[in-house]
Write a protein that binds this ligand. Structure first.
Ligand code: HEC
Length: 139
């Protein structure tokens, strides 16, 4: 009996401990990378170089994971060369594998992405990967 109550007591203690940990985790969630880098939705188009900001959004939003680092086609998504005018697919998704980004991108992002996509294949498109670095990266 004595042993049993010890076991029960210990299990109860472990239970309380893990509940405590879960509460602590819930109170201090890991910062959501999308939230912390959310673009300024109040500005429309004041970016110095729209194509560069478009490339920044392309990298930040993980578009490259499907469409490839150079946006010329990747593991899952088609090439985006010549697709600048299809950029509205980014907001709505298209029901064929292209997710909707309407809650994560502002209209200035869409315009910037269009500017970036329109340079693809010209050899002048920005191709930096470190989107989090401030300033205008070299192409
Ligand atoms: C989960 C994978 C995935 C991610 C992430 C993704 N896409 Fe797509 N995207 C697709 C697929 C698959 C299609 C093709 C859908 C189809 O065949 O209709 C597509 C289609 C598109 C199209 C239309 C191309 C055309 O041929 O008309 C554009 C533009 C596009 N994506 C841009 C983007 C941008 C910009 C991002 C990041 C904000 C992005 N995609 C993120 C999978 C993805």
């Amino acid at each position: 009996m004595h042993t049993l109550s010890k076991i029960v007591g210990t299990s109860f203690g472990i239970l309380l401990f893990s509940v405590g940990i879960n509460v602590a985790i819930a109170a201090n969630p890991m910062p959501d990378p999308i939230q912390t880098t959310k673009p300024d939705c109040s500005s429309t188009n004041s970016t110095p170089d729209m194509a560069i900001e478009g490339r920044r959004a392309y990298m930040r939003m993980n578009c490259y994971s499907c469409h490839g680092m150079s946006a010329q086609g990747g593991a899952m998504g088609p090439t985006l060369v010549g697709k600048a005018n299809s950029v509205s697919a980014v907001k709505g998704g298209d029901g064929h594998g292209m997710p909707s980004y309407k809650n994560n991108l502002c209209s200035n992002d869409i315009n910037n992405l269009r500017a970036y996509l329109s340079l693809l294949g010209t050899g002048t498109e920005p191709n930096f990967t470190h989107w989090w670095e401030k300033g205008v990266p070299s192409r």
